[in-house]
Design a protein around this ligand. Structure first.
Ligand code: SF4
Length: 207
């Protein structure tokens, strides 16, 4: 049976409110549009640092275009707590190594699961090194991303590095719809492909 990770997130937030705590959260972000709803929602309860680590993105100009949109959004959104930003290193070879032999698998398959893991593992390590209370990712907001797999990877890394994973499925509560509205409000660049060259080719075929 599929777990409803929004119910788990609701309980976590209830506990945080009861404790009157404002825990720190290292939030992996894939792009400004996906992060918009998550920032609006979670900045009420957490001190957030965005970690932009996405070696999957090609070409390089696209990576920096998305970084700049992310930084602009953080500056322009009126949020309860100031959001900090950490730019991850652009190291596309790490992505191409994991995608070796999986190039022809359609989006949503094994290549994507490895891609989630690469980004989440880097986030969990950084969270551990810097003493964050929680880590998570914006990725589950996309209807194309598998929240069951993402949360399972999060649980495994939480165990490995000893940092809490913030279980979540941001496409619930109309999160995706709200991210589209916020993208309109802030005039955000919304790419038409997930990020890697393979997803770019898939998107081109759909046109
Ligand atoms: S389609 Fe997206 S999630 Fe899948 S491998 Fe490419 S960049 Fe990663």
């Amino acid at each position: 049976m599929k777990e409803n990770y929004q119910i788990i997130l609701n309980k976590t937030i209830e506990n945080i409110k009861k404790d009157n705590a404002e825990p720190s959260l290292l939030l992996h972000s894939c792009c400004a549009p996906c992060s918009s709803y998550v920032l609006e929602y979670l900045s009420e309860y957490f001190n957030i640092t965005i970690f932009y680590y996405n070696p999957n993105i090609s070409p390089e100009e696209e990576f920096f275009k998305r970084v700049n949109e992310q930084k602009r959004l953080i500056k322009e959104m009126p949020l309860k707590h100031t959001v900090k930003f950490i730019e991850g290193t652009y190291e596309p070879n790490r992505f191409f190594e994991l995608a070796d032999g999986l190039e022809d698998i359609p989006e949503g398959g094994e290549r994507c699961f490895k891609c989630y893991r690469l980004r989440l593992e880097e986030t969990s390590k950084l969270a551990k090194e810097n003493g964050f209370d929680y880590f998570t990712t914006t990725l589950s907001i996309s209807p194309h991303k598998n929240a069951q797999v993402l949360n399972a990877i999060g649980a495994e890394l939480s165990e490995k590095y000893g940092v809490n994973y913030l279980f979540s499925d941001f496409k619930k509560r109309n999160g995706y719809k709200r991210s589209c509205e916020l993208s309109e409000i802030y005039g955000l660049y919304r790419q038409n492909y997930c990020g890697c060259v393979f997803s770019k080719a898939e998107a081109a075929k759909r046109v």
